[in-house]
Design a protein around this ligand. Sequence first.
Ligand code: DX5
Ligand code: ZN
Length: 216
Amino acid sequence: MIQISASILACDLSRLAEEIKRVEPFIDMVHLDVMDGVFVPNITFGLPLLEAVRRCTNLPVDAHLMIIDADKYVERFVKAGASIVTVHYEACTHLHRTIYKIKENGAKAFVALNPHTPVEVLVDILQDIDGVLIMTVNPGFSGQKFIESSVKKIARMKRMIVENNLDVKIMVDGGVNEETVEKVVCAGAEILVMGYGIFRSDARVFRKKLEEIKCF
Ligand code: DX5
Ligand code: ZN
C-alpha cells in the first residue's frame, strides 16, 4: 500500500486547519518542511508549527529537517509529536549519532539524499535506519520540476535494500504528481511526499489514480 504524505508548504497557510481537513481523507501523513536558510535557500517553519499541526489532525506527522545542526533539535521534534524525523546525509557529520537520538526518543529515523548524492553513500548505515528520503528536486521550494534521473536512483536504492534483506522504506519528495507518480512507484517508492500534487490539484482524483497503478 503506497502512502501519501502531504507537504503543507504548498497549502494556504492562512487556513492551515481547513487545508489539512480538506485533504485528510486522501492522505496518510502530514509532511513538515523545516528549512533554516543555511542548508537550503529558504526559511520556513519549526517546532511551533509542528505543535499547531498536531492540534489539527490525528494523522502522523513526518518532519523533514533541512537544517544544519539537526542533532540539537531532533529530540524536540520527536517530543513535539513527529512520528518520523528525516535528516539530510549532507548536513550531518555524525549521522549514526543523530539517527540513534531520533530512535531513542521513539520516532522513526529517515535519511534524505539530495538529487546529486548517490544512494551508495548509505551502505554502512542502511541497517540502522527506518527509511530513506530520495529528493527528486533540489530541496528548498514546493512546485519544482521532477528530476528524471531520480527514477534510476530509486530503483538502485530498492535493489540495495532487497539485496541486503532489509526493511527500509523508500520515500520520495519533489515534483510527484499525476504525471510522474507511476514511474516513481514502479521504481520502488512507498511513501510519496506531495505538495502541489495534493494541495493544488484534485487530491481525490490523484488517490484514485494511485490505486490504479499496476507495475509490470
Ligand atoms: C522541497 C520540499 C518538499 C516540497 C514538495 O524542498 O522538501 O517537501 O514541499 O513539494 P512539491 O510536491 O510541490 O514538489
Ligand atoms: Zn520535504
